[in-house]
Design a protein. Structure first.
Length: 67
């Protein structure tokens, strides 16, 4: 999948909130090949592990800055 990088913005889906929030777009259903991937358990599991790992890395880095 192409990596479109990180975008920071005042997105309505992430605000207003009293807690951290993330918005992840792993594929686009309007692209048939990507929609097909989303229908497989293997790909969904891979996405879930990558998101979990990203959150873990963020929390470790964040904790390191606030100690």
């Amino acid at each position: 999948m192409p990596d479109f990088g990180l975008y920071h913005g005042n997105l309505a889906v992430n605000r207003p909130t009293q807690y951290p929030a993330i918005l992840v777009e792993c594929a686009f259903m309007i692209i048939p090949e990507q929609e097909a991937l989303l229908q497989t358990e293997d790909y969904r599991r891979k996405i879930a592990h990558a998101i979990a790992r990203g959150v873990e890395v963020f929390l470790k880095e964040y904790a390191g800055r606030n100690n």
